[in-house]
Design a protein around this ligand. Structure first.
Ligand code: MTE
Ligand code: MOS
Length: 781
């Protein structure tokens, strides 16, 4: 069956199929559902393949007194064992700072840290052997939470401060003041395909690596350094990931380096695939944050001064924590104008796994902080929370400069919230819910509307670049490659749609191929939601080069001026004649025209000075808003989502079907973060929630009974992005803040909204029950 010609897609007569703006299915959807899509573990195994396993630390912080691997080496099927000393090159897989050993050299800093690797004939043999090590530890004092790290002054990177105006004075002079502490938990990415890499030694010291990674270039660089070679010696390929969510931005390097090292040492192909438990123990997650706030505001709820102290759990190394915590600081405003503000951000070193990217990249934690405070203000003043939110919204032409001094030029908060307030019947339902709660002693309902404003671009300016490689074959079909990676988000489909549109050929004439460091070099990670913004533009540039060459050829051959050559619906009109795209291509080739081109793009306008935390880190903002309604059982703390209304801004969507999936998926994933997903460590720093039995991601039955998602229509990006679309990968996750606040609203009703409920995220039933009991006791915890 050709799923691409399914009836939902809106193809106008005389138009190509699969052009920009059409709701075509994901290019691999038919392969995903039939099980035919090749993930790294499905690639036919090369002859003589060795399977790897990792020996892990069982202590959070210790010196290794003795690492006795005799039993491991002698175990059935084992061919080779490697420790830190066996690494010929650099023993590091840290993406920014070289503080992340591949194999721990004598000192371990978290439970699960890799100490050695084993190669055996089968997966089972390797995994069994890895457990036979005899390790003697000399225990060192572990630091296991951010606040203890702050006290001890233990940080992976220096503390940063962002200040504008005089927050001290503004708070002191305000009519009202509130201060407090809250917090938000971490989150495991829970991609369905676990971390995996397969390394194949080639001739003359070269190496080919299949890696499930958002960043093939970084895997190439780190693996090359580990084996003591140059970047030219290593090629990394990734056709697709079975989900990544930020968890495969830096983390795959560890897996790939271990495979590369063993492949080099044994001269045989080596595959390392972590099992789920080990994956959850060994690899980084979303940072949990402790948030202290102090705010001064007036009777209307307008904020005059605010101060935040953010302390995040970075784990044992820097990883991407610098940029993640920067983004948290940049999103402590969310949709609100903060005139006098001070944000202190501690990047705490803890003896736990090094935390990493997760959809939103620190932004969600920053937005959690401000939304918590705004909600707090509304409850304190007994004002409608939406009214307080509106009172603080960024203005147009005034009150529109962020704490980091970027002017918000594209503000569409008001129209989004106005529309959603109406379509969701917010006002009416607030009244209805209050009435219901007065008459319902056990079940309590709550509602909240929260906005999203999310900055698009990598905050590290140099990463905002992309390349593409496009070949046109003589039959008029196309092979497109770009530096982006596919993790289910539909990037490959969108980029192919751009090429289809530019060349005016049907989408099924375009072959979308794997990301490959030997085709497009030096690519950034596919992250920061900017995959289609960057790679779409790079592919467009490549396609336009080819089109130009074809036009020039046609002009010469048929003696027509340039404006007489027009590409439309698989055909090319040249003067009064029309021929198929493939026909023109063939003629051009025959006349010796180059039909292969590279494209390059760099995001314009952005600049940002990290030393002063000011400038324009973001090309534009993506907006949205959500209304959630929850019902809470006050006897058990359990809750259900009754209804969710979302209105989200995708600019002019490149593909409404894919964007809709991103909005729904992002929202549900965020809801998991804020409600059911809880990471739990023992007092010894051992993660106990390392499988779905104890770590609860949302299931279908957790969806809102009534789930209404809409995309903002005719909302062209005011910046010149690819076909005026907007990035959509991460922003919708933060729509889920409405769920947290709906639950908080339901809890507040327990004593008729007199006490402000203290509630940290995740709002698990246990946490909700505790908050309810505290409210019943007049706020005393
Ligand atoms: N959607 C799916 N299905 N799977 C994923 O792993 N990752 C998210 C988001 N949507 C992800 C996803 C994250 S963290 C990012 S940064 C973006 O997709 C990356 O892709 P994009 O830049 O092409 O949107
Ligand atoms: Mo996404 S967290 O930027 O990979």
């Amino acid at each position: 069956m050709d799923v691409r010609s399914s009836p939902e897609q809106k193809v106008r007569a005389g138009e190509i199929t699969g052009g920009v703006g059409q709701a075509v299915p994901h290019d691999s959807s038919h392969l995903h559902v039939s099980g035919e899509a090749l993930y790294t573990d499905d690639i036919p195994e090369p002859r003589g393949l060795l399977h790897l396993a990792v020996g892990m630390s069982m202590r959070a912080h210790a010196k290794i007194r003795q690492l006795d691997l005799r039993a491991v080496r002698e175990a059935p099927g084992v061919l080779e064992v490697m420790i830190a000393d066996d690494i010929p090159g650099e023993n590091n897989c840290g993406p920014v700072v070289a503080d992340d050993p591949i194999l721990a050299p004598g000192i371990v800093q978290y439970v699960g840290q890799a100490l050695f690797s084993v190669a055996a004939s089968t997966v089972e043999q390797a995994r069994k052997a890895a457990r036979l090590a005899h390790i003697e530890y000399e225990e060192l004092q572990p630091i296991l939470d951010p606040l203890t790290a702050v006290e001890a002054g233990l940080f992976v990177l220096p503390t940063q401060t962002l200040k504008r105006g005089d927050s001290r004075a503004a708070i002191a002079n305000a009519q009202h003041r509130l201060r407090g502490r809250t917090g938000v938990g971490g989150q495991d990415q829970f991609y369905l395909e676990g971390q995996i890499a397969m390394a194949l030694p080639g001739e003359d010291g070269s190496l080919f690596i299949y890696s499930s990674t958002q960043h093939p270039g970084e895997v190439q660089h780190l693996a090359a350094a580990a084996i003591g070679k140059h970047f030219k010696d290593v090629v990394v390929e990734c056709r697709r990931m079975g989900g990544a969510f930020g968890g495969k931005e830096s983390q795959p390097a560890l897996i790939a380096c271990i495979a590369a090292l063993m492949a080099q040492r044994t001269g045989r192909a080596c595959k390392l695939r972590l099992d789920r438990d080990d994956d959850m123990i060994m690899t980084g997650k979303r940072h949990d944050f402790v948030i202290d706030y102090e705010v001064g505001f007036d009777d209307t709820g307008r904020i005059h001064g605010i101060e935040f102290m953010l302390a995040s759990r970075c784990g044992m190394s820097a990883d991407l924590s610098g940029a993640i915590n920067d983004r948290a600081m940049f999103h402590c405003d969310n949709a609100y104008y903060l005139e006098n503000v001070s944000i202190v951000s501690h990047r705490c070193k803890t003896h736990t796994v090094s935390n990493t990217a997760f959809r939103g990249f620190g932004g969600p934690q920053g937005m959690f902080a401000i939304e918590y405070v705004v909600d707090e203000i509304a409850r304190y003043l007994h004002l409608d929370a939406l009214a307080v939110r509106r009172r603080n919204f960024y203005g147009k032409g005034e009150r529109n400069v962020t704490p980091y001094l970027q002017t918000v030029e594209d503000n569409i908060l008001e129209p989004i919230v106005d529309r959603l307030e109406k379509t969701s019947e917010y006002r009416k339902r607030v009244e209805e819910i209050r009435r219901f709660n007065r008459g319902s002693p056990v079940l309590k309902r709550g509602i909240a509307l929260t906005p999203v404003k999310f900055g698009i671009s990598f905050t590290a300016t140099h990463l905002n670049q992309a390349g593409a490689l496009l070949h046109v074959y003589t039959d008029g079909t196309v092979h497109i490659n770009h530096g982006g990676t596919e993790m289910g988000q539909g990037l490959f489909t969108k980029v192919a749609q751009v090429v289809a549109e530019e060349l005016q050929i049907d989408l099924d004439r375009i072959r979308i191929t794997a990301s490959d460091t030997s085709k497009v070099p030096n690519a950034s990670a596919t992250a920061a939601s900017s995959g289609s913004d960057l790679n779409g533009k790079a592919a467009q540039a490549a396609a336009r080069k080819i089109r130009k060459r074809l036009i020039r050829f046609a002009c010469e051959r048929f003696s027509v001026p340039e404006d007489q050559v027009e590409f439309h619906n698989n055909q090319v009109r040249i003067g009064n004649e029309t021929m198929g795209f493939g026909e023109l291509v063939f003629l051009a080739w025959f006349a010796r025209t180059s039909l292969s081109a590279t494209g390059f793009y760099r995001t314009p306008k952005i600049n940002y000075d990290r030393a002063t935390f000011s400038g324009r880190p973001f090309f534009y903002y993506a907006y949205g808003a959500a209304v959630s309604e929850a019902i809470v059982d006050t006897l058990t703390g359990e809750y259900r989502l009754l209804r969710v209304d979302i209105l989200h801004d995708c600019g002019k969507s490149l593909n409404p079907a894919i964007d809709m999936g991103q909005i729904e998926g992002g929202f549900v994933q965020g809801t998991g973060w804020l409600t059911s997903e809880e990471l739990w460590w023992t007092a010894e720093g051992e993660l106990k929630t390392h499988a779905p039995s104890t770590y609860k991601i949302p299931t279908c039955s957790d969806l809102a009974v009534d789930f209404r998602v809409e995309m903002l229509e005719s909302a062209a990006n005011q910046e010149n992005t690819i076909y005026r679309s907007k990035a959509v990968g991460e922003p919708p996750l933060m729509l889920s803040l409405s769920v947290f606040h709906a639950i908080r609203d339901a809890i507040a009703s327990v004593d008729d909204y007199r006490t402000i409920p203290r509630l940290r995220a995740p709002a698990t039933p246990e946490a909700v029950l505790a908050a309810i009991e505290a409210v019943r006791n007049g706020g005393a915890a």
